[in-house]
Design a protein around this ligand. Structure first.
Ligand code: NDP
Length: 300
């Protein structure tokens, strides 16, 4: 990739751990890279590696046809992007916003960008900083497909797997939220299990190989349950909800007997019981997807 070719230059706004990793990967791939961060002095060795350090956000975005944003959330993004001088400098250029937030914020920023003549793509990074610039990185993108095609080559310089999910600019954030939902509820289960195990005299090290065994059950279930949910069968064959609730109750009792907060498992148990109360006891755990309405919106 020729660094003298304007098409292969990029600006990175935000030099937290992820922004620095993105800028470093662009530099390693030979992309001319301009960087800016609200608080100066966060660039580490990026300057020594060839990055141009811009004095202001408007100077930074004016340096490249494509700006990649990686800030903590959309409040931060808006506070930079929507400054009149920055919006003016971005006119006719493209932004790829890789900051995390909720889908509606992405759509709102997409609408704002369209009103200001700025090309806008949204995205999400699904893997940690060490994966950036390697085949292990996972990037989700959404927004106008033609715009994505235009900038794909520069984005590919980040390495990893890039997937364009569709024209709805909020779609990448929607996938991100769903996947974070899986990650954080699973990890909450894990730390809770470690506390219960410790109270029973089992160390985390002793439990870990068995925890891996339980974890390995999940990937095939994701596939199997996807068919169950999309097909509306909610099959309870082999493990009906009535039986699942009983094992959840055991976890609640064991944890609380040790004085351990079991509120997460109690919440899971309550959802399963709600499905049983509505007459779905013979169905599988996937039926819970249909009883997740909030209590004040609950059907009779
Ligand atoms: P942070 O999420 O802590 O974000 C730090 C960046 O946000 C810094 O550049 C900081 O600037 C900037 N910032 C915060 N508030 C403001 C504001 N009001 N105005 C302007 N800039 C602001 O660090 P990361 O780099 O780790 O994450 C960036 C994004 O990447 C996040 O959305 C995160 O969810 C996502 N991500 C991160 C991963 C990781 O492994 N780190 C993995 C996947 C996604 P300043 O230095 O001035 O405070």
């Amino acid at each position: 990739m020729s660094s003298s070719d304007e098409r292969f230059s990029v600006t990175v706004l935000g030099l937290g751990p992820m922004g620095r990793a993105l800028a470093g990967a662009f530099l390693d791939a030979g992309v001319r890279t301009t960087v800016w961060n609200r608080t100066p002095g966060k660039e580490g060795d990026l300057g020594a590696r060839g990055a141009v350090l811009a004095a202001s956000a408007e100077e930074a975005v004016a340096a490249s046809p494509l700006t990649v944003i990686c800030l903590v959330n959309y409040d931060a993004t808006d506070s930079v992007l929507r400054q009149p001088a920055v919006a003016d400098a971005l006119k006719g250029r493209t932004v790829v916003n890789l900051s995390a937030d909720v889908p509606e914020r992405a759509r709102d920023t997409g609408r704002w960008a369209a009103e200001h003549g700025i090309g806008y793509l949204d995205g999400a990074i699904m893997t940690p900083t060490p994966s950036i610039g390697t085949p292990a990185g996972v990037f989700l993108h959404s927004g106008p497909e033609a715009l994505y095609g235009e900038h794909r080559r520069v984005l590919d310089a980040l390495g990893g797997v890039h997937t364009h999910l569709g024209e709805d600019v909020g779609r990448a954030a929607a996938y991100d939220i769903a996947l974070l939902d899986i990650f954080w509820t699973s990890m909450t289960g894990y730390v809770h299990a470690l506390a219960v195990a410790r109270a029973e005299g089992i160390s985390a090290r002793e439990l870990a190989p068995f925890a891996q065994g339980i974890g390995a059950i999940l990937p095939p279930l994701f596939e199997e349950w996807a068919g169950d949910v999309d097909g509306g069968s909610y099959s309870g064959e082999g493990n009906p909800l009535t039986s699942a609730v009983s094992t959840m109750t055991h976890v609640v009792h064991a944890a609380e007997a040790h004085g351990i907060d079991a509120s997460v498992m109690r919440a899971a148990e309550a959802l399963a019981l709600r499905a049983v109360d509505r007459g779905f006891g013979a169905d599988g755990f996937t039926r819970v997807t249909q009883v997740l309405d909030r209590p004040w919106q609950a059907r009779p």
